[in-house]
Design a protein around this ligand. Structure first.
Ligand code: HEM
Length: 490
């Protein structure tokens, strides 16, 4: 009996603790979704009925107001809907919103762009930006072309069979990133069980464990810190650290310069001092390399898979794109693409932009308010500490900005059409100072891969290709579930 009373008492305390914030938005006169105990508004996510992206889109669609309050467990969040406010928060009034949710002290990875506090982030961003200049990208062209040619060799062998295009795009980006971030010359089309590929699949596999790690890292870092949940398990982190230290040492000893990412890491290590009293050591450099590998590996890979799917389902668009690419390639002697050549293909640009519109690969664009902010033209104050969430999926499928959103139409990105909608409603790479640092790098890989495929193969759906592509619900990235297509030699 005594035990039951204590248990009842504890349960009441837990209930009161979790629900104490459930009137947060009501008290501030802000439209909100009714929360329920104990998960707030994320029950469909907890039972894997909805992905984070779908849930955020549902919250976005639940109202026409410019902001909507909701809860993750007992923490109040704000969905930002209005294009004007999106622009203010991400760009114009960035000094009020300079942190991410994950910008806090955590056990691992608290020193990367994704999670460091503003002062360290600012200096790090300035020092890491030169890694993605046009000259570095041009220098990487031989890596991107080589990886694409390895993929073409593989597709040649399996031509006519049903092929999972997410598998091939993942192998391609694993080859690229093992070379760019770690200096390893791998070909996981041939070496199918290559460690880099296996580990990258494991770290981002749609498992409950990875979901908890990533949710802890990106959305509720204080809960992750309390339960001591790290972004990676130790053996995965050891694997990447081991390889990074090995490559760094080899480059330092040989003095070789390739004008690549590793050169920059060697240089940063030599300097040690980032300025403004901040330093960088070998562990932090390794964290940057791993961050690029993890953030950069999956998003271009999903972009490629989504684009191949849309091209298979839209034969005319595929034909038009092939014409443009074949004409462009005629200028090249060795069958490869030059940087100028690929970036000049305007229809390819539109197709890729539309692919990212229909299938934005990252669902989490977030900012934390760092000083109270009065929404212009209203009396509403967004208080310091408030977590602001944006929904690329919701915005990109809002018929007000993109009529008939389920239709794949690259012409939405013709200059005339772009002018007709607010600029900030299209956000595959985010906006403002915190936007994606690897945007041009990711786009280049995807474009080169698609261009190589279209010059050699006709992409066709198979009997099992779904009419509507399915995405995995255990991840924060929007990643297609198995997409089987046929690659028929031209
Ligand atoms: C198609 C490919 C890619 C997509 C769609 C994508 C998307 C995004 C998005 C939406 C953000 C958040 C931006 C914001 O909050 O405003 C982001 C941030 C970031 N991305 Fe990417 N990304 C891609 C490729 C890459 C690549 C190739 C790399 C690295 C090599 C990379 C590294 C990063 C990093 C480090 C950040 C954090 C930037 C910061 O806070 O300063 N991404 N990305």
């Amino acid at each position: 009996m005594f035990f039951i009373i204590i248990l009842g008492f504890v349960l009441v305390l837990i209930y009161l603790y979790i629900t104490q914030n459930f009137d947060y938005w009501k008290k501030r006169g802000i439209t909100y979704l009714e929360p329920s105990f104990p998960f707030g508004n994320i029950f469909p996510l907890i039972i894997f009925k909805k992905s984070y992206a779908d849930l955020m889109a549902q919250i976005y669609n639940s109202s026409k107001e410019s902001i909507v309050g909701f809860w993750i467990f007992n923490i109040p969040f704000l969905m930002i809907r209005s294009p004007e406010l999106i622009k203010n928060i991400l760009v114009k009034d960035f000094d009020h919103f300079s942190d991410r949710f994950s910008s806090s002290k955590r056990h691992d990875f608290s020193n990367t762009l994704l999670s460091s506090n503003f002062h360290y982030w600012k200096i790090l961003r300035t020092r890491l930006s030169p890694l993605f200049t046009t000259s570095k990208l041009k220098n990487g062209m031989h890596i991107f072309n080589k990886a694409s040619n390895e993929m073409i060799e593989y597709l040649d062998e399996v031509s006519g069979d049903a092929v999972d295009c997410k598998q091939i795009s993942s192998r391609l980006t694993a080859n690229v990133f093992a070379r760019c971030s770690f200096g390893y010359n791998i070909n996981c089309f041939k070496d199918v069980d290559n460690d880099f590929f296996v580990y990258s699949q494991k770290v981002l596999a749609p498992t409950v464990e990875n979901f908890v790690r990533l949710a802890g890292f990106f959305v509720v870092p204080e809960i992750a810190a309390f339960f001591k949940i790290n972004m990676f398990n130790k053996s995965d982190l050891d694997f990447y650290n081991h390889h990074f230290f090995k490559v760094l040492k080899a480059h330092e000893e040989s003095g070789l310069k390739n004008n690549d990412l590793i050169d920059c890491f060697v240089q940063l290590k030599k300097e040690g001092d980032l300025g403004d009293g901040f330093t960088i050591d070998e562990d932090s450099l390794s964290a940057q390399a791993i961050q690029f590998y993890i953030t950069g590996f999956e998003t271009p890979s999903s972009l490629i898979a989504f684009t191949l799917y849309e091209l298979a389902m839209n034969e005319n668009i595929q034909q038009n794109l092939r014409h443009e690419i074949v004409d462009g390639l005629a200028a090249e002697e060795d069958g490869n693409f030059s940087y100028e050549n690929i970036t000049d293909l305007s229809y390819l640009n539109k197709v890729i932009s539309e692919s990212m519109r229909k299938h934005p690969t990252r669902s989490l664009i977030d900012r934390k308010c760092v000083k109270d902010y009065k929404i212009p033209g209203t009396k509403i104050i967004i208080e310091k500490g408030t977590r602001c969430q944006f929904s690329p999926l919701g915005l990109h499928h809002d018929p007000e900005f993109f009529p008939n959103p389920d239709i794949f139409d690259p012409e939405r990105f013709s200059p005339e059409n772009v002018k007709t909608r607010p600029a900030y409603v299209y956000m595959p790479f985010g906006h403002g100072p915190h936007n994606c640092i690897g945007q041009r790098f990711g786009l280049l890989i995807a474009k080169i891969c698609i261009a190589h495929i279209l010059t050699k193969f006709r992409i066709l759906p198979t009997e099992t290709t779904p009419k509507r592509i399915e995405i995995d619900s255990k991840l924060f990235l929007i990643k297609p579930k198995d997409v089987f297509l046929k690659f028929e030699k031209l």
